[in-house]
Write a protein that binds this ligand. Structure first.
Ligand code: URA
Length: 308
């Protein structure tokens, strides 16, 4: 396990112990609120430090980094674009596929992820177009994804397909990935059946380097972060989706739109409040319209008035 990540693991554990002791009324461990806040914020800060030191652009962008050339030609704000020469489309795609394959192999053997002991063994990497303009990022695979070894193939995936379809794009046109590449365990993982859970900050810290590198390779023109957990892991920000979705964020020069996770929409639909569910679906669609506008995609009147 890398040094920063092992510190993050230790600090997360310490933070949990302190919280527990506090809830038990222990006086000897009572901390000032600033100390508590600083302690709680440390894993996220270390996550940033760990990725900054472990993933340099040079590591993933070779001298003839073709996908960046595509961005050059189109005036991207990408931070690395100016150093990169132009390549042909087929050459770019070949390069991107090879790079993603490398990242896949490294992620499969991720020692930090395995070292946590909280993630299951089967890797679920990414699907889609390595040259995509639009990239969707979720939190972690669930049971269906683990079985099929592909992200977003279960009920949340079907909802996502519907969202993608409404934009006029197909699943093969976009790139779909997750921050955490292994399904989080519940208990020791042996009896969890189809039950899933969100990844925690430590699991995201151990995995974040891979999605950062995927973004460097695919170099999408817009990223859609699905849900608060994905947004928190990628952007290192806290807060609710309803707050985060009101602005366009940025990751390494790539605009990021935050929206509700498809599972959240499914839960809303299942709760029987049709009006509320419809309002949430409309919000997601508005976020997608924002992403389409960033890409300069044509938007019809029908699409503008659409409810998912
Ligand atoms: N939820 C996610 O965040 N990712 C998946 O791949 C599936 C469900």
């Amino acid at each position: 396990m890398g040094e920063s990540n092992s510190i993050a693991v230790g600090l997360t554990a310490l933070s949990q112990i302190l919280k527990r002791e506090k809830s038990r009324g222990s006086e000897t461990l009572l901390l000032k609120s600033e100390t508590e806040e600083a302690l709680n914020a440390l894993p996220m800060k270390l996550m940033k430090a760990a990725t900054m030191s472990s993933v340099s652009a040079a590591e993933v962008i070779p001298e003839k980094a073709a996908p960046m050339a595509r961005q050059n030609a189109e005036g991207s704000t990408g931070t690395l674009s100016s150093a990169v020469p132009k390549g042909g489309e087929a050459e770019n795609e070949k390069w991107a596929r090879a790079q993603l394959n490398e990242i896949f192999k490294e992620a499969k053997n991720c020692e930090e992820c395995r070292g946590l002991g909280t993630l299951r063994d089967q890797i679920v990497f990414a699907v889609g177009n390595p040259m995509a303009d639009m990239m969707f990022i979720g939190e972690a695979p669930g049971s269906e994804e683990e079985k099929e070894r592909k992200p977003f193939v279960g009920p949340a995936g079907q909802k996502l397909d519907q969202i993608i379809g409404a934009t006029g794009l197909k699943r093969e046109d976009v790139y779909i990935s997750n921050i955490v590449k292994f399904r989080p365990k519940k208990g020791d993982g042996r009896f969890q059946g189809t039950s899933n859970r969100k990844p925690d900050t430590t699991e995201m810290a151990a995995s974040i380097r891979y999605i950062r590198r995927e973004i460097e390779v695919v170099r999408p023109k817009v990223i859609v972060a699905l849900g608060g957990t994905a947004a928190e892991g990628l952007l290192e920000v806290g807060g609710s989706v309803s707050g985060l979705r009101n602005q366009v964020h940025e990751f390494n020069g790539v605009p990021v739109v935050v929206t509700y996770h498809p599972s959240f929409l499914l839960r809303q639909e299942g709760e029987g409040d049709a009006k509320k569910a419809m309002a949430m679906k409309r919000r997601v669609w508005e976020d997608l319209l924002k992403a389409m506008e960033i890409l300069g995609m044509p938007i019809s009147e029908k699409q503008r008035g659409y409810f998912l």
